[in-house]
Design a protein around this ligand. Structure first.
Ligand SMILES: *[C@@H]1O[C@H](CO)[C@@H](O)[C@H](O)[C@H]1NC(C)=O
Ligand SMILES: *[C@@H]1O[C@H](CO)[C@@H](O)[C@H](O)[C@H]1NC(C)=O
Ligand SMILES: *[C@@H]1O[C@H](CO)[C@@H](O)[C@H](O)[C@H]1NC(C)=O
Length: 494
């Protein structure tokens, strides 16, 4: 070969390089070799020398991208390289001395026999690979074929713990026409180790934002229910056990939902006098929660087999808000009662104005049944009329002794003064009654306040416990540590 590019040649350096680069491989034997191999080659015939020989097809899957998992359509989209290896005795050329220096031959894959291995559980009718790349043929006739594919495989979604769920998806590969007698489908072996996993090359792999891959075992499955002649007898299954990263849903749905629902508890801090507004506020919150229900319904598959965790939580907070609305109505009813319409018994007073406020440490003067002479005790008067009443009382008490004497003497002196005293008594009596009325009215308000407080504590407890409980349930729903329950093997490279 060196004779072609002589050092004594006057040609410039460039010519020398050009010549030498073609010169090292002066005769490209790939063309003649291809011609030789294809002579009489029928790509429709399976490469089996004898009738009983099954062609061994080795399979390996390299995942480059887990594109998405569509929950509603229950479809997993992945971008993979499907590595297939088999030996075709008709493509052997190591026994031909002419081609001893050809280490590898690239042949368009459409011109040789291909094992028709397809994705069995595809979703869109695309069984095959995306691009028919060239196949590499080694001198011993073994073919290495690495076509890329974008597969949409069916993956049944378990919604129970959405959005804290993990899913078990699989990709089933099977020969479309050859049974186990003709093709032996196996996993690739490299350096004496069976590749029982989906290969992920960290440099080529793009991490999915929503899903973390927990396990990726691969298995050759033999279905004994079918005989060796049936296509279903053997299959190679690649599993992807993936766990959702829930942060997106935590930020966009759960946190807003918890915040809005906790606002519902604030309704109890509105005074009973703002009755109508309490109802308005809690119903507005109920409406806001409905928006979240719609959001969730758009995301999960339309299944009635299970209720997602977030759906359960929404049902729960909506029930809490419903109870708050009912509560508001009851409190409104109680707080607007008057002595004319309702009679407040001492039992109610004892429970709501004495026992409960003391138990709940409310800043309220407790009601005491003592000094019960038809009126409320003076210490309960808190109105501006207090001074007036006290004065009238003074007049009344005066009446008993000195004023009566004075009155008697005055009566004798003047009828008009007597009338005046009677009028004063009347005014005092009327004011006393009015005060009594207002007192009892206020007592109803206080009862409403106590009911509010009791319900607030109950609802706050229920809400907090429910929220924590449901999210703890989600937190502990982790993918199992083994890809197959009860099988300690990890199906990962050592
Ligand atoms: C093919 O079959 C023959 C006899 O049936 C056997 O000797 C041979 O080992 C088989 N070859 C392969 C590759 O299985
Ligand atoms: C193969 O290469 C070797 C060394 O480069 C050479 O000696 C031999 O002649 C080559 N064989 C053929 C058939 O070209
Ligand atoms: C995933 O599903 C396969 C069968 O479809 C099952 O054998 C395997 O145990 C499942 N893996 C887990 C972790 O549940």
């Amino acid at each position: 070969m060196e004779s072609f590019s002589s050092f004594r040649s006057p040609l410039p350096l460039l010519t020398f390089i050009l010549l030498s680069s073609t010169g090292t491989d002066a005769l490209n034997l790939e063309g003649p070799l291809m011609k030789d191999l294809m002579k009489g080659y029928n790509k429709n015939i399976r490469p089996a020398q004898r009738a009983g020989n099954a062609t061994e097809v080795k399979l390996k899957l390299t995942l480059t991208n887990l594109i998405s998992l569509n929950e509603r359509e229950e479809a997993l989209t992945t971008s993979v390289w499907v590595e297939m290896q088999w030996c075709d005795y008709r493509l052997r050329y190591d026994h031909l001395p002419l081609y001893e220096n050809v280490t590898c031959l690239r042949i368009p894959s459409k011109s040789i026999w291909l094992p028709d291995i397809i994705l069995e559980n595809n979703m869109d009718g695309k069984f095959e690979i995306t691009l028919y790349t060239n196949a590499l043929v080694s001198p011993n006739g073994c073919v290495y074929w690495l076509p890329p594919a974008i597969y949409r495989s069916a993956c049944s979604i378990k919604v129970n713990y959405f959005p804290f769920d993990w899913q078990n998806c699989s990709m089933v590969f099977r020969s479309q026409t050859y049974s186990a007698n003709e093709i032996d489908l196996i996993l690739t072996e490299e350096e004496g180790q069976l590749i029982e996993w989906i290969v992920i090359d960290p440099e080529a792999f793009t991490e999915n934002g929503e899903w973390a891959i927990k396990h990726r075992p691969a298995k050759k499955l033999i279905n004994d229910r079918y005989s060796r002649d049936e296509l279903e007898h053997q299959e190679v299954v690649f599993f992807l056990i993936i766990q959702r990263k829930p942060l997106f849903y935590v930020i966009n749905i759960i946190v807003p939902c918890v915040l809005i629902s906790s606002l519902g508890l604030l309704v109890y801090y509105l005074p009973a006098k703002a009755g109508g507004q309490k109802c308005t506020m809690s119903i507005a919150i109920l409406l806001a929660q409905t928006v979240f229900v719609i959001l969730i319904a758009k995301k999960v598959p339309e299944t009635s087999q299970a209720v997602p965790l977030i759906g359960k939580y929404l049902m729960f907070v909506m029930s809490v808000t419903m109870i708050v609305v009912m509560n508001c109505v009851i409190v409104l009813n109680v707080s607007l009662r008057t002595p004319n319409t309702h009679l407040m018994t001492d039992k109610v007073r004892k429970i709501f104005l004495n026992i409960l406020p003391r138990m709940l440490h409310m800043h309220m003067r407790p009601w005491t049944p003592a000094k019960h002479d038809g009126d409320a005790s003076p210490c309960r008067r808190r109105r501006s009329s207090l001074g007036l009443i006290t004065k009238a009382d003074e007049y009344n008490s005066l009446e008993g002794d000195t004023v009566q004497d004075v009155g008697a003497s005055l009566a004798r002196a003047s009828v008009k003064v007597q009338q005046c005293v009677a009028s004063c008594k009347h005014i005092a009596e009327t004011i006393r009654q009015q005060n009594h009325f207002q007192n009892e009215n206020e007592e109803w308000f206080l009862v409403a306040r106590v009911i509010d407080r009791v319900c607030f504590i109950a609802m706050a407890l229920l809400f907090t416990l429910g929220t924590i409980g449901i999210f703890l349930m989600g937190h502990f729903n982790q993918a199992p540590s083994q890809p197959f329950p009860g099988d300690p093997k990890t199906y990962l490279p050592k």
